[in-house]
Design a protein around this ligand. Structure first.
Ligand SMILES: NC(=O)c1ccc[n+]([C@@H]2O[C@H](COP(=O)([O-])OP(=O)(O)OC[C@H]3O[C@@H](n4cnc5c(N)ncnc54)[C@H](OP(=O)(O)O)[C@@H]3O)[C@@H](O)[C@H]2O)c1
Length: 250
């Protein structure tokens, strides 16, 4: 039985629900009573215990091979799209095809949202990373040397460029006041696995690349779910690129 029937008003399109962060998002959304439509390459990699949940619909497909019409049908009726897509962390995943995964999927999600002309902006919630830079005062903590280093990273490592391109597309092309698309780009630091704990959200970069913080995947998932179900959280962070880190231990 749905623990919270009122939450069935939400329908989330989930990309990357078989990943270590995405799987946690999926479970937490279902635990909150939110309906989820997941596009996965293999349903066998979904997290344990979600198969057969009446709130979950799964489509098995290569996300990049979906046509514009198929994407439109996936987005239709959704109030949010969450992407936890990321290149597999091995040589083939990092340097092999596709070099761009996150950016084209974000572009296609936005195109579908705009085509649907929803009465409320569809929320795009994107898993990103602290190597992504937001020009302007909020990331002033990242000085010239670190910006040069992350620039070099983007030149050499395709997933780093992909993550920056996706964020730039939302910031520069979609903008912060579209009537059809709202977005939050979430920037975790070094990902670790633990249960949900206290965490802190910052408007810009807080730590140097040389002294990274930890960010629990479960906390990223918790924040993503709050952006769907808690209107005040969405209002506070729409158009933001929050850095999320685990709260310092007392
Ligand atoms: N490592 C870090 O410390 C760190 C820190 C901050 C941010 N990040 C970012 O966070 C992302 C997510 O992290 P994570 O640990 O949750 O990743 P993960 O467990 O590797 O999950 C990646 C997800 O992307 C999907 N995927 C990978 N390649 C794909 C492709 N070519 N086509 C379609 N789907 C594909 C995977 O699907 P399958 O299950 O089908 O493979 C999986 O669902 C990272 O990729 C990175 O960009 C990482």
């Amino acid at each position: 039985m749905n623990p919270n029937p009122a939450r069935e008003e939400h329908l989330v399109l989930m990309l990357g629900g078989t990943g270590r962060t995405g799987g946690r998002v999926l479970k937490q959304l279902l635990d909150r009573g939110v309906r989820v439509r997941a596009i996965v390459r293999s349903a066998g990699r979904l997290p344990e215990g979600v198969a057969g949940n009446p709130l979950l619909t799964v489509t098995e497909a290569e996300p990049l091979s979906l046509s514009a019409e198929e994407m439109l049908e996936q987005v239709r009726g959704c109030d949010a799209i969450i992407s936890c897509l990321g290149h597999t962390n091995d040589l083939k995943g990092v340097f092999g095809a596709p070099h761009e995964l996150v950016t084209p999927m974000v572009e296609r999600a936005c195109a579908a949202a705009v085509a649907l002309q929803p009465t409320e902006p569809i929320r795009i919630i994107l898993m990103s990373t602290v190597s992504v830079y937001r020009p302007g005062a909020l990331d002033a903590r990242r000085g010239g040397v670190e910006r040069a280093l992350t620039g070099l990273l983007r030149a050499l490592v395709p997933p780093a460029k992909d993550n920056q391109d996706a964020a730039d597309f939302l910031l520069e092309y979609v903008g912060t006041d579209s009537p059809f698309v709202g977005w939050v780009v979430i920037r975790p630091d070094t990902l670790v696995d633990s249960d949900v704990t206290e965490y802190a959200l910052h408007e810009g970069i807080v730590s140097s690349l040389a002294k990274p913080d930890d960010t629990s995947r479960a906390n990223v998932a918790h924040f993503m779910c709050d952006l769907v179900t808690e209107p005040s959280v969405w209002k506070a962070w729409r158009g933001g690129m929050p850095v999320i880190v685990n709260a310092a231990k007392a």
